[in-house]
Each structure stands twice: as structure tokens, then as C-alpha cells.
Design a protein around this ligand. Structure first.
Ligand SMILES: Nc1ncnc2c1ncn2[C@@H]1O[C@H](COP(=O)(O)OP(=O)(O)OP(=O)(O)O)[C@@H](O)[C@H]1O
Length: 613
């Protein structure tokens, strides 16, 4: 295996010691501010911290998981309501204990509100959450918070009685919430949120439940808002519904979009803006309600440019850093990683020397030396019987039978529209309405969801790019492989496919290399069978040749069987011992490469297309 390529990755290394140091410094800063700021600013500061915690939550559900949730302050109201109720009920424990209870109650409500998110997306989900915010608004106006009418104030913790001390308490809670978010971001939950925002199909085919990803995002977001609301009840003593109106929820959402509050520092900045803008307006004698107009204008700007403060600041920082590296540091900036990958691919001549068939013409001829079946043992692995899929009047697959043996590489070919992708979709569980049966290693897949099929050893890659640019190579590969390969194995598999190192951000990788990373990550998941849907699209000719050699050794090196859907004849010829050809949804030929490529029906169906293309 070729060694992992050295890349400049130090910029991405954060690590927990540094995170904990920043957390300690933030608490120290909170203590300093609580000591030196004028009393009024300390009170405003606590309000800003409450907003920051709610924004952190919005960062999870909206920024990371990509769902439009417009009821964040309704969740905060749940937290505040529970604390007020526990207080009037004389519950033991005080605010220190009630705070997490308020958060948990809000999380439970968040789970319920998140249920529609399983079926709805975009504006439809926004309407549902806005409806919930309006309903909560009306209900709170009617029932009021417990204790407000009788004037029973929520007491602050004994250790943090006055406004200054309470501000410090709020900062400590903020830091704990930020640590929780940082931890979750780096966990499989956080990756599933970023994945589900990019592609629900991609998430499911990695063996992760889309339902789980969406509901955990809603619950964590509501938990944080609930903590914020509970903190507010300790700050003001008596809570009123006017702190949690629908319009304020909307404004907070806009602020999350403008600041990019999935980034922790940006949630902090957003919280400062939340109190600063109305305060400045007040100083200039302008109604604070104009603050909503200001947030609205900033939101329009952010949505039209498709960017936010956090990303802009980071892009600026990156440019500055790369300029500095360019003048003093390593000679290769990160953007050259794709070029590095190309350098490590053997030259066409080298590969042609190893595999004369790979450099052959693109005519429909068998390879001079057909790849030998790489069979580890020739047990039957996949058995498909009578697979039939219709899209309305279109019969995409008609009664397809197919069998694959363990350790084999089989090519699935056919002209455009023949039904190849439909076959892969049906196999991987995305077309549950299909007829027929699918068995993998003796286990029926028919009643399994896509995530369950992935977990039982059937993995796939996609024709379209389903690699989220928001993750690093390592984060993505970890998520896909679900712990089936340790860090060392992961690095080796990435190096085997000439991929960039784990720390590289996927946004900085070209689309062809992302394809290779997708294949490598799925190999690291150690499935029994991997379906590759046009994996070589976007690769250069040289990379194609190298890729063919890498694929050829996959069954032996990793014990994984492959079904390769490809238009590229060179790739099919140099890797697949057996070929199945579809045309108009029917199998027109299947068997050893030599026989299938010489088959007249295949020539007619496939060559006809080649000649006209
Ligand atoms: N969601 C859908 N709704 C309606 N028709 C569909 C849908 N998906 C596929 N089809 C039709 O089913 C047939 C098979 O399509 P499919 O994408 O599986 O072909 P393919 O062999 O993968 O083609 P290509 O090589 O172009 O990717 C085509 O006629 C296509 O138009």
C-alpha cells in the first residue's frame, strides 16, 4: 500500500485540551466582566448569554441538520415554565437542578415537534414550526407562567445571588452547553446531522437512521433552548409570555442564519447582536421594535448571498493563513491535494505495462486477458429473483434475476435508461414498492429499510455527489464506516485509493477525488457487497487506470465483493470477470466477460449506443 501523503493539516487540529483551555478562559472572562461592567450591562450580558444558548440550539437543528425550525423560543418557554412550576410546587433542588429538568422537558416537546420533520422539508416544515410557535404564544397568554400572578419569584442559586454573580453562573452554563455542542459535533450524532442536511439517502445508505438524526437534532436544539429559558426565569424571577413571542422566535432564527450559529463563536456573536441592536436603537431614541427590521434586512442579505458571518470570517482567515503558509511554510497549500493525488497515480504507460488490456481501445471487445475471478470462496452472496420496478407507466425493471458469488467483481452494464440505477436503488432499499426478492448471504433483505440493509452488509455509492462538504475526510469516513475500521486501517484504506488525509476538509477536494473517498469510506465499512454506481465519473484517464487496479484487488485485500455499474468499458473490462447487461429493464446477457461482450444482443443494444454517441 502506498503511504499516506503528507499534507498541511495542522490548521484543522483543535483537540480537547485546547477546547477545555478556551472554556476555562471564557469562564475567567465572564468572571472579569461580572466584576468590571456597570450593573445595567451585566444584566444585559445575562440576557445575551440566554440568547447565545438558544442560538447554539438553533445552530444544531438549522445550521447542522438543515431543518427550518421557527419555534426556538417556544422551547425556551417550556424550560422557563417547568422551572416556574417546580418553584411554585416547592420542588427540592433549586434552580441548579431545575435547569436541566427544564431542558429535558423542552427536549421532550422538541421530539414531538420534530415528528413532522420526518416527512416535511423546507418551507413546509417552517410553516409547521411557525404554527407551533403561534399556538404556544396563544396558550402561554391564556395560562401564564406559574407564580407570575401570585408574584412567587424563582430564586437564584445560593452561590450566585446578585446580578453579577448570576451573570457568572449564566456564563458557566453557556460554557457547559458549548462543550456539549462541541462534543456532539464531533460525535456520530453531529456527523449524522450534517449528513442528513446534505443527503437523506446518503445518510440511510451509511446505515444511519434518518429518523434518528432528525429527531436528535430537534431534541438537542430544544434542550438548549429549554436551558436558556430556565436560566431566564432565574434572571428575571417572574417570567412573562412577552419574552417568547412568535416574532422573537423568527428574529432569533434570522440571527442564527446571519451569524452562522452552528459555529460556537458565532452563536456568541449572535447573542451579543441580539441585545446590542435593540439597545443601540434605544440609545438613539428609536423604538426597539425596529430591531426586528434590522435583523430582517441582515437575514435577506445572508440568504441572497448564501453566506453568513461565520463562514465569511473563516474564509478570510483561511486566505490570510494560506498566504502566510505560501511565503514561509510548506510549499504545497491544501488546495493542491488533488494534484498530489494525481501525482501518485501511476502513469498510463506504467499501468499499461502492468495491464495491457487497460490501455486497449474503447471498442466493445473483451479484455485481452480477462480478469480472473478473485474468488475467496465461490459461495453465493447475492440472489435476486423476479425484481420488478415500475414508475407509473414506465417499467424500469422487468423480472430481473441475478446472482453474485462471494469474492467476485461483476459489471452491470447497459445503455442510458436501461435500469441500472433503479436496480441499485431497489437493492439498497430505496424502492420498497418493488416486486421480487433479494437475499444477501442467505438473509432476506425484503423487509429491511435502507439503513438496516447497510448494517447487514450491503453498501452502495451514488452516481450523484453525496459527500457532504461540511465534513473532513476523516469525519466522513468515520461516519460511513461506523467504527468497522480503526484510525490506522482508515488511513491505510484512504491511502490505498490515493485519497487525501483524514484532516482535509471535503469542501476543498474536487468531485472526482470525493468519489474515491466515497468508495474508500465504504470499503472501510467492511460490507459483504459494495454496489458502485459509476464511481469513476469525474476521474482523469490516468486516475481511471489506477482506480481499475485498486478495484481489482478489493476482494482479496478487503474481502468485499463488488457490483460495478459503469459506462466506461476500459474500467469494466479490466476489473470485471462477469458482466450482466440490462436493456429496457431486462437482463439481455449475463456471464463471463468474454462471452457477454461477444454476445450479439449486447452488441446491438450497447454498441449501437456507442456508435451514435
Ligand atoms: N423516479 C423515477 N420516476 C419515473 N421514471 C424513472 C424514475 N427513475 C428512473 N426512471 C425511468 O426508469 C428507467 C430506468 O432508469 P435508470 O436511471 O435506472 O437507468 P440507468 O440505466 O441507470 O441510466 P443511466 O445510465 O443514464 O444512469 C428510465 O426510463 C428512467 O426514465
Amino acid at each position: 500500500m502506498s503511504p499516506a501523503k503528507p499534507l498541511n493539516i495542522s490548521l484543522f487540529r483543535a483537540g480537547w485540551p485546547r477546547t477545555l483551555l478556551i472554556a476555562a478562559l471564557a469562564i475567567l472572562l465572564g468572571w472579569l466582566l461580572s466584576a468590571v461592567l456597570p450593573g445595567y450591562l451585566v444584566f444585559l450580558g445575562t440576557s445575551a448569554v440566554v440568547a447565545m444558548i438558544s442560538l447554539l440550539g438553533l445552530g444544531v437543528v438549522t445550521g447542522s441538520a438543515g431543518m427550518m425550525a421557527l419555534c426556538q423560543l417556544s422551547f425556551a418557554a417550556v424550560g422557563a415554565w417547568v422551572v416556574s412550576w417546580l418553584n411554585t410546587a416547592g420542588a427540592p433542588g433549586g434552580l441548579m437542578l431545575w435547569l436541566p429538568l427544564g431542558g429535558l422537558a423542552a427536549a421532550a416537546v422538541g421530539l414531538l415537534v420534530g415528528l413532522p420533520a420526518l416527512r416535511l422539508r423546507g418551507v413546509n416544515l417552517a410553516v409547521v414550526t411557525l404554527g407551533f410557535a403561534a399556538a404556544a404564544d396563544l396558550t402561554l397568554g391564556k395560562i401564564q407562567f406559574p407564580g407570575t400572578l401570585s408574584g412567587v419569584q424563582v430564586p437564584r442559586p445560593e452561590l450566585f445571588p446578585g446580578d453579577r454573580r448570576y451573570f457568572l453562573f449564566a456564563v458557566i452554563i453557556l460554557v457547559l452547553c458549548a462543550l456539549l455542542v462541541a462534543f456532539l459535533h464531533n460525535s456520530s450524532w453531529g456527523r449524522s446531522w450534517r449528513f442528513v442536511a446534505f443527503s437523506e439517502r446518503g445518510t440511510a445508505s451509511a446505515g444511519t437512521s434518518v429518523t434518528f438524526a432528525k429527531l436528535t437534532a430537534f431534541a438537542v436544539s430544544a434542550f438548549l433552548a429549554g436551558i436558556g429559558g430556565a436560566l431566564l426565569s432565574g434572571q428575571v424571577g417572574l417570567v412573562y409570555p412577552t419574552s417568547f413571542t412568535t416574532i422573537q422566535s423568527l428574529a432569533l432564527y434570522v440571527l442564527a442564519i446571519v451569524s452562522g450559529s452552528y459555529l460556537i463563536d458565532m452563536a456568541v456573536l449572535g447573542g451579543i447582536l441580539w441585545v446590542l441592536v435593540p439597545e443601540l436603537l434605544k440609545r438613539f431614541g428609536i423604538s426597539q421594535d425596529w430591531g426586528f427590521v434590522v435583523f430582517g434586512a441582515l437575514g435577506i442579505q445572508a440568504l441572497t448571498t448564501g453566506s453568513n458571518l461565520g463562514e465569511d470570517l473563516r474564509a478570510w482567515w483561511w486566505r490570510r493563513r494560506l498566504r502566510r503558509i505560501g511565503s514561509t511554510g510548506p510549499k504545497k497549500p491544501l488546495e493542491t491535494s488533488a494534484a498530489e493525488a494525481e501525482q501518485s497515480v501511476p502513469s498510463a504507460a506504467e499501468v499499461a505495462q502492468q495491464t495491457p488490456q487497460a490501455a486497449a481501445s474503447t471498442r466493445l471487445e473483451p479484455a485481452a486477458a480477462t480478469p480472473k475471478p478473485q474468488s475467496i470462496d465461490s459461495e453465493q452472496l447475492l440472489k435476486v429473483r423476479g425484481l420488478t420496478v415500475s414508475f407509473g407507466p414506465v417499467s424500469a425493471l422487468k423480472n430481473v434475476d441475478l446472482e453474485l458469488s462471494t469474492g467476485s467483481i461483476t459489471g452491470l452494464m447497459g445503455p442510458n435508461g436501461a435500469g441500472k440505477s433503479t436496480f441499485v436503488d431497489a437493492l439498497s432499499g430505496f424502492l420498497p414498492q418493488h416486486q421480487g426478492s433479494i437475499t444477501l448471504a442467505g438473509e432476506s433483505l425484503d423487509s429491511l429499510s435502507p439503513a438496516q440493509r447497510a448494517r447487514s452488509g450491503l453498501r452502495r455509492t451514488f452516481q450523484q455527489d453525496r459527500v457532504p462538504p461540511t465534513l473532513t475526510v476523516g469525519g466522513y469516513a468515520n461516519f460511513i464506516s461506523r467504527g468497522k475500521s480503526d484510525a490506522e486501517q482508515l488511513a491505510q484504506i484512504l491511502a490505498y485509493f490515493d485519497c487525501p488525509s483524514v484532516e482535509v476538509q471535503l469542501a476543498r477536494v474536487d468531485v472526482g477525488t470525493r468519489r474515491l473517498i466515497e468508495v474508500a469510506a465504504n470499503v472501510a465499512a467492511q460490507p459483504r457487497l459494495l454496489l458502485l454506481d459509476e464511481p469513476a465519473a469525474g476521474l482523469s484517464h490516468q486516475e481511471h487506470l489506477a482506480f481499475a487496479q485498486q478495484l481489482l484487488r478489493v476482494p482479496q485485500e478487503f474481502g468485499i465483493s463488488l457490483l460495478l455499474i459503469e459506462h466506461d468499458l476500459d474500467l469494466v473490462r479490466s476489473t470485471c470477470s462477469n458482466i450482466v447487461v440490462l436493456n429496457f429493464g431486462e437482463v439481455i446477457a449475463s456471464g463471463p466477460q468474454q462471452e457477454v461482450l461477444a454476445d450479439r444482443a449486447v452488441m446491438n443494444a450497447y454498441m449501437g449506443e456507442l456508435e451514435t454517441s
